[in-house]
Design a protein around this ligand. Structure first.
Ligand code: ADP
Ligand code: ADP
Ligand code: MG
Length: 647
């Protein structure tokens, strides 16, 4: 086995590969771009080399720089992960010339499957069913148009060099053909530097079913199928194994076809053979067709690992090091049901635009496997894809797995940058998905309903208020807060166009919250807040926003967070810091007599200024801080002597 490998990738996949390597006693070498110098994949490896600027062509896609790092580090082999160099046949060839092992298939296998058109011709020869269509090299308009007419509509135009759904266009009727062709060709040229397209009959009620295959040069086996039909714009969102509703004869037919596909190119290593199935009348043995083969580790491989118990990366390492496959086909059995959801930094309500920014708070659930690429405080980088991670659950059956997925997603806390978490929760809990009454276009057809934001619940609002005054997450007794009692603070929160004006006061572990119509009482027990026997969702104030971890994240804006003169009232003996912060102004001197509402101290924290004012008539007994002091939460700032107004 190798002693040291270089991982030519970033993010969750680099971290995931390193994990298995480390377990097997193999040292890991990370590479990183300028933008990634503080990235988690660097911190979690044994050694790391900067390979250039942030643009992928100058770093992660630069074969020479990756190989330099591999040589310098004394690595014996290189794992490409997925994306980047993983399907570039020049990479294994260059590695081989340097005497390094590529942890993946041969350059010839990658080339054979590199262009969808050539791959389909090859598959037809290997007796693998292929979607009827035109896969030829004559790309004249007149030829393509005539072929389209003979295939019939609706049809798909695909970039032969395509991937990730790019360069693909659905054409419903002949009038739209030339425009769609134009778009597909220009997208293909931009993305893949190759304008060639193929034409394909559009399968109705399509289901995406793929088979994980593995070869060691002598035998080829499969690790069953995955269903990846829940897609948005031809890109997978949620994947699962096994495929819902599949029967043993259909499984045998599709897995056999996948093995024929892999054997046709003498495939060595882990690969995925993708099929499209007509799901309009349930799955059928004669109604699935080869789409493409991905000659690499796939994003969704963890669901297969869950149901087979195989560590696919371990197998990749063993096979590349010259070992035989650890198991025979008959040793492999399906166990339970696994589902994966892809978590992205994107704004679902705004056309799923990727977002960048800082993820101030990241916490995944304990109940799920979480392959993630970030930790609290990490930046979502504009140079790479916005995947934050993957949440994977594994249960006895599909319905339990769905319940578990929704619970895991609901427990996931991500704040600071918008994510698709609430969209994923909607999917996981949707009755159509539970019944598997979906196809690959279901999300696109229903997208309007799926991205609607519901108004926040009362509990979410209460939690936001508590986080805004920064006690939302303090563990244990609220100590010093009783000294402020009843401290009354005004909080103005905005959600979309709706503004809530609330006031909060505390008495020991009780918070009294009211707006102009209602009053609420929240109680703190064991570091958590409760309202009417319901636990309030957790929340976090970040800058001028408050993130409530309910329904995948509800974001409130704090309006007017500046000095709350006359609103902050404490008839207590001490003025305490409500949160850690910087004292920017001390307005009082020892012995000074104050009237209710007089400014005492201004504290700056979480990019906001918090004005603390006199609770009533009082005298300053002691000033314990001065401007410029950094203070902890609940630090005593000023001690007051309450003067009874009646005397
Ligand atoms: P497919 O949809 O073809 O099965 P995947 O879902 O595994 O493929 O990934 C989608 C495409 O995006 C692939 O072509 C992969 O190479 C690319 N990709 C995915 N994640 C990344 C990433 N983090 N960096 C670069 N490329 C990526
Ligand atoms: P990519 O390389 O972008 O992954 P694929 O050929 O694998 O391209 O197709 C991606 C997705 O597009 C499929 O998972 C499926 O949802 C849809 N698709 C592809 N071909 C067809 C087809 N012939 N009929 C219906 N849907 C299709
Ligand atoms: Mg594909």
């Amino acid at each position: 086995m190798f002693k040291k490998i270089l991982i030519a990738n970033r993010g969750e996949i680099a971290i995931r590969i390193a994990k298995t390597a480390r377990r097997m006693g193999i040292s890991t070498v990370a590479v990183y771009s300028d933008a990634d110098k503080d990235a988690l994949h660097v911190a979690t490896s044994d050694e790391a080399y900067c390979i250039g600027a942030s643009t992928p062509t100058e770093s992660y896609l630069n074969i020479e720089r990756v190989i330099d790092a591999a040589v310098k580090s004394g690595s014996e082999a290189v794992h490409p992960g997925y994306g980047f160099l993983s399907e570039n046949p020049d990479f294994p060839e260059a590695l081989e010339r340097t005497g390094l092992v590529f942890i993946g298939p041969s350059a010839e296998s990658i080339r054979a499957m590199g262009l969808k058109s050539a791959a389909k011709r090859l598959m037809t020869k290997a007796n693998v069913p292929v979607v009827p269509g035109y896969h030829g090299s004559d790309q004249r308009f007149i030829t393509l148009k005539a072929e389209a007419n003979s295939i019939g509509y609706p049809l798909l135009i695909k970039a032969v060099a395509g991937g990730g759904g790019k360069g693909m266009r659905l054409v419903e009727d002949p009038e739209n053909f030339s425009e769609a062709l134009h778009y597909a060709q220009s997208e293909a040229t931009n993305a893949f530097d190759n304008s060639h397209v193929l034409l394909e009959k559009y399968i109705s009620a399509p289901r995406h079913i793929e088979v994980q295959v593995f070869g060691d040069g002598e035998k080829t086996i499969h690790l069953f199928e995955r269903d990846c039909s829940l897609q948005r714009r031809y890109q997978k969102v949620i994947e699962e194994a096994p495929a819902p509703g599949i029967t043993e004869p259909i499984r045998a037919a599709i897995c056999d076809a996948a093995i024929r596909a892999a054997e046709a190119i003498d495939y060595k290593g882990a690969g995925t053979v993708e099929f499209i199935a007509d799901g309009s009348n349930g799955l059928r043995q004669d109604k699935f067709w080869f789409l493409e083969m991905n000659t690499r580790l796939q994003v969704e491989h963890p669901v297969t690992e869950a149901v087979t118990g195989v560590d696919i990366v371990e197998w990749q390492l063993r096979v590349s090091a010259g070992e035989k496959l650890p198991l025979e086909q008959d040793d492999l059995h399906l166990n339970g049901h696994a589902i994966e959801a892809r978590v992205y930094a994107e704004d679902a309500a705004n056309g799923f635009l990727p977002v960048t920014g800082r993820l101030d708070h990241v916490r995944f659930a304990d109940r799920s496997r979480n392959d993630c690429s970030v930790q609290s405080g990490d930046q979502i980088n504009p140079f790479y894809d916005p995947m934050i991670g993957k949440v994977i659950v594994h249960e006895k059956n599909r319905s339990e797995a769905l319940t578990q997925l929704s619970a895991a997603l609901r427990e996931t806390e991500l704040a600071g940058s918008k994510t698709n978490l609430s969209f994923l929760i909607d999917l996981a809990e949707h009755s159509d998905f539970a019944k598997f009454a979906i196809d690959t276009n279901w999300i696109d057809r229903n997208v309007k309903h799926l991205v609607q934001t519901a108004n926040p619940s009362v509990n979410a609002l209460l939690s936001a208020v508590l986080a805004a005054v920064h006690v939302g997450r303090i563990k244990g007794d609220l100590l010093g807060f009783n000294l402020w009692s009843p401290l009354k603070q005004a909080v103005k929160l905005r959600f979309n166009d709706y503004i809530s004006n609330l006031s909060v006061s505390f008495d020991r572990n009780t918070a009294y919250i009211s707006d102009k119509n209602s009053s609420y009482i929240a109680q703190q027990r064991n570091g958590l807040w409760w309202h009417r026997e319901q636990r309030l969702p957790l929340a976090k104030a970040i800058g001028s926003s408050v993130w409530v971890f309910e329904d995948g994240g509800i974001i409130f804006e704090l309006c007017d967070p500046l000095y709350r003169e006359g609103k902050t009232i404490a008839d207590a003996a001490s003025v305490l810091a409500p949160m850690p912060g910087l004292v920017t102004h001390v307005a009082v001197k020892k012995g000074q007599r104050l009237q209710k509402g007089d400014k005492i101290v201004v504290l700056e924290a979480m990019k906001m200024e918090h004005g603390l004012a006199a609770p009533g008539t009082c005298e300053v007994e002691e000033v314990k801080v001065s401007a410029g002091d950094q203070v902890e939460a609940a630090a005593e700032l000023v001690r007051l002597k309450i003067v009874d107004d009646a005397t």
